[in-house]
Design a protein around this ligand. Structure first.
Ligand SMILES: Nc1nc2c(c(=O)[nH]1)N[C@H]1C(S)=C(S)[C@@H](COP(=O)(O)OP(=O)(O)OC[C@H]3O[C@@H](n4cnc5c(=O)[nH]c(N)nc54)[C@H](O)[C@@H]3O)O[C@H]1N2
Ligand SMILES: Nc1nc2c(c(=O)[nH]1)N[C@H]1C(S)=C(S)[C@@H](COP(=O)(O)OP(=O)(O)OC[C@H]3O[C@@H](n4cnc5c(=O)[nH]c(N)nc54)[C@H](O)[C@@H]3O)O[C@H]1N2
Ligand SMILES: [Mo]
Length: 778
């Protein structure tokens, strides 16, 4: 057999194994910009943070749900797999009998691992559906606001989730690339489902060589690579909508608006215009007005407008902008602005959301979807928008709005998580900690003792990618990988599939869940489905044995490059958009009809919940940018060598503008306490003139590590920004998370800094100290 190949969200590697141990992950030779993140894998497989065997929280064993306020603060007791799976089955059965399946929250949001079969959420959702269903979550943390808003404006999520104008067309046609939120290539290391070739750094260099000018509109000068020679406009965080309005106003008063485009392809400009010019509220949204809000000089805004009208311009908006208070608005305003410029559908013109946010964006994708593990049907209709997790747990029976509908938070008794880390990803972790005490039982499947596993009652340790067989498809690329098992599972870890099969077995549902297939039976089954999907489009994949032996298969992607909305531009009657008007909706009657003051019928500037221009800035004068980490995927592999080598004074690095640091007596390498009314954490200081004054950058994903376990408000000694962020929705329309809207203060930490314990296991009782186990099955 050929050497094994392994697919991860951040790249494809050839594992190097000796005597059954994984030594290294060598990148593919044909990957032009491999990600170093893979180097973290070998050292983490058997590290102290790995969960060695199934565990139950001590108080849960003796007192069950009555002990739930101790969740997160108690030691664990090792149990056998038979005990752990029986206990999980018994609890699920109890909850569904006493409260119905809607009392089980199985949303389980998270990125898990690449691989079509062992995808943790697919496994869990299939299992819970077999067991009668669960309350689910909708939309993503990545771009929830866009997912809800864009269908109203352009009829679907094109230009955000895929089908962007392709890089080669940008290279050949775009002369001005205006990047709100920059083009951080650190983010292009990853793509959900896997990457084989990291193309974005080369694509950007090609654009530059072909003469594309870049403008980086971001609080961080580092958001566009220095070699692209971008102009940096250090916008005040969360004020891009005002800046765009200033640009739009300039276009309008200088006669640069493309009226013919607006008339043919859009609806509602006449309802937006009085807002822009100020006839409705007496305030023209001119460049001077915008400058006072966004901190970019009025002349710079006017010049930008003229440059945009004078060249083929791509308006690019990072997903981060909509992960902020009123995050719908910068997207709607970008589409409005692009409509006024009239270049939508032309090669290299118009708009696109998320360039460089993932490797796949702007790379032409295959026109078909690959098979996934079938989920069956979920008979429970209840759901929450993904970020409303804590609100749901805290407010059973309370109504909430979402996209024109009115729904009710269910009363959750059981939470089950596999493949996500809410104690990293959720905003306002202290609020989550309070909310997390409400359910009667929490089950977590996880390879490592991250904070979510520590806050569980029943901990089911699972395998990682290299410890099992799977089918890997780099989703956006014509590349299939035989992800053959590389090493034996660490400790007693088992595949999510085997864990859930056993639990299904206790419930009399094994056959329904497994359909009689084992791991390789499923891998083969999914591969056969892939062959069929590819054959429909004229691609012949080899038979399974040939593929599995070869280790990988790559075919030609001959899909032509296209521009976003090019068909609509060519013929707006034949290619009507799936909006009520069939056109781009600068004004949406539908959204206006919902009556949300937080998201009216056209793009508007609304003050963010927290921002540097608001009253709260007097107490908390720094805006926290908690962006994606360069050295890991969210919290994944924070325990690995690549992430750990980036830490400063043992902690997650936070970057400060040198003036802000000086005012506070902070020097590079100092331990600094970041705080606000919601929480506090310790970070290691970096000083950089590329951080705009008034902002602090602290990446997400450092494992939450409170000095006192389970205490709400305890200092996090490791630097997880979500002890500081705000858990409020973007608006009643999308109910999306607002991670990028939080004000803080910083001070040098003068006490002896506590040692970081994030990567050590929690207290574990030896079997002899364990409380009596009363675990008979019903
Ligand atoms: N402040 C702030 N917060 C944010 C963001 C931000 O910008 N700022 N960004 C948000 C965004 S965009 C996202 S997508 C979320 C990401 O949030 P998550 O997707 O929850 O983060 P991950 O760290 O990827 O968590 C995946 C977990 O799955 C585990 N895992 C991996 N493979 C397997 C497996 O095979 N089986 C099981 N059972 N578990 C597995 C990993 O060990 C890890 O703990 O964070 C959000 N949170
Ligand atoms: N290496 C790595 N890559 C990743 C991930 C990872 O964890 N690690 N996560 C992946 C995931 S799940 C996602 S969703 C994408 C996310 O992709 P994005 O949402 O684009 O990523 P962020 O890094 O949060 O933000 C990008 C930049 O936006 C800027 N920014 C923040 N707020 C504002 C603002 O108000 N105005 C302006 N103009 N700029 C602002 C910040 O300076 C930040 O560096 O990244 C993906 N890529
Ligand atoms: Mo994301």
């Amino acid at each position: 057999m050929a050497n094994s190949v392994t697919l991860t969200h951040w790249g494809t590697y050839r594992p190097e194994v000796q005597d059954g141990r994984l030594l290294a992950m060598a990148p593919l030779a044909e990957d032009p910009s491999p990600s170093p993140i893979g180097n973290s894998i070998p050292g983490t497989l058997n590290d102290p943070a790995r969960i060695a065997q199934p565990m139950v929280r001590a108080g849960f064993l003796t007192n069950g749900a009555a002990s739930r306020v101790q969740r997160g603060s108690e030691p664990f007791v090792p149990v056998s797999w038979a005990e752990a799976t029986a206990l999980a089955a018994r609890e699920l059965d109890r909850v569904r009998r006493e409260h119905g399946n809607k009392a089980i929250f199985g949303g389980s949001y998270g990125w898990a691992s690449a691989g079509r079969f062992h995808h943790a959420q697919s496994q869990l959702h299939r299992f819970l559906n077999v067991a009668g269903g669960y309350t689910r979550s909708v939309n993503t943390h990545s771009h929830a606001a866009a997912e809800v808003l864009l269908p109203h404006l352009i009829g679907n999520q094109d230009g955000m989730g895929g089908r962007h104008t392709a890089w080669p067309l940008i290279r050949d046609h775009t002369r001005l690339f205006v990047a709100f939120g920059g083009l951080p290539v650190k983010n292009a290391q990853v793509s959900a489902g896997g990457v084989s070739q990291h193309r974005v750094p080369d694509r950007l260099r090609e654009c530059r060589a072909a003469g594309t000018d870049f403008v980086n509109i971001s609080p961080l000068g580092s958001d566009v690579a220095p070699e692209l020679g971008a102009d940096w406009l250090p916008v005040r965080p969360n004020t891009d909508t005002a800046l765009m309005l200033g640009v739009a106003h300039t276009l309008e008063v200088e006669g640069l608006t493309d009226r013919a485009f607006l008339a043919r392809y859009t609806t509602g400009f006449e309802k937006f215009l009085p807002y822009l010019t100020g006839t409705v509220d007496g305030q023209p949204k001119d460049a001077d007005w915008a400058a006072a809000i966004c901190g970019i000089e009025a002349d710079v805004i006017r010049n930008l407008a003229r440059r945009m009208a004078g060249s083929r311009t791509m308006i690019s908006v990072a997903w981060s902008l909509q992960r902020a208070s009123h995050g719908e608005q910068p997207l709607w305003m970008a589409i409005t602005l692009a409509s006024m410029l009239g270049q939508i559908g032309l090669p290299g013109g118009g708009f696109g959301f998320g360039y460089a946010a993932a490797n796949r964006v702007g790379n032409t994708e295959l026109p078909f979807s690959w098979p996934a593990l079938p989920q069956f049907r979920n008979p429970v209709p209840d759901f929450i928008p993904v970020a409303r997790l804590a609100d749901m747990l805290l407010n059973p029976g309370v109504p909430f709005d979402y996209n024109g509908g009115r729904y009710t938070y269910p009363d959750i008794r059981m939470v089950w998580w596999a493949g996500g880390n809410p104690f990293h990803h959720q905003q306002d972790l202290n609020k989550l900690l309070t909310a997390w005490r409400k359910p009667e039982v929490v089950v977590v499947q996880e390879p490592w003792w991250n904070a979510t596993a520590r806050h569980a009652d029943i901990v089911l340790p699972c395998t990682t990618t290299v410890e099992r067989n799977d089918l890997g498809i780099a989703k956006a690329e014509p590349y299939l990988v035989a992800m053959r098992k590389v090493v034996e599972p660490a400790g007693a870890a088992r595949d999510d599939y085997d864990i859930l099969s056993d639990i299904a077995g206790h419930l009399g549902l094994r056959e329904a869940f497994t359909e009689g297939r084992d791991e390789m039976g499923w891998v083969r089954h999914l591969y056969e489905g892939s062959r069929e999907a590819a054959a429909v489009h004229g691609h012949a994949l080899p038979d399974f044995e040939t593929f599995w032996k070869a280790g990988e298969f790559r075919f030609e992607n001959s899909v032509p490059h296209r521009s976003l909305l090019q068909e609509f531009r060519a013929d707006p009657e034949a290619d009507r958009l799936r909006t009520p008007s069939g056109r781009i909706e600068i004004f949406s009657e539908k959204i206006a009809g919902f009556g949300y003051d937080c998201c009216p019928g056209h793009a508007v500037w609304i003050e963010p919940d927290e921002w540097l221009g608001g009253v709260a800035a007097a107490r908390y004068p720094l805006h926290l940018i908690s962006n994606q980490p360069a050295t890991r995927l969210h919290s994944q592999l924070d325990n690995g060598s690549v992430s750990r080598s980036s830490k400063v004074a043992e902690r997650e690095p936070a970057s400060f503008n040198p003036d802000d640091a000086k005012k506070r007596g902070i020097k590079a390498g100092d331990v600094v306490r970041l705080f606000n009314d919601r929480g506090a954490c310790l970070v290691g200081a970096i000083l950089s003139p590329l951080v705009a004054p008034g902002t602090v950058q602290l990446a997400t994903g450092a494992w939450y590590d409170p000095v006192e376990l389970g205490r709400v408000g305890a200092l996090d000694r490791h630097g997880n920004p979500n002890v500081l962020t705000l858990d409020r929705p973007t608006s009643r329309l999308a109910q999306a998370p607002i991670a990028h809207s939080a004000l803080i203060e910083a001070e040098r930490f003068t006490e002896t800094p506590p040692d970081v314990a994030a990567f050590l296991p929690p207290p574990i009782l030896a079997a002899k100290d364990s409380p009596d186990m009363t675990m008979e099955m019903t």
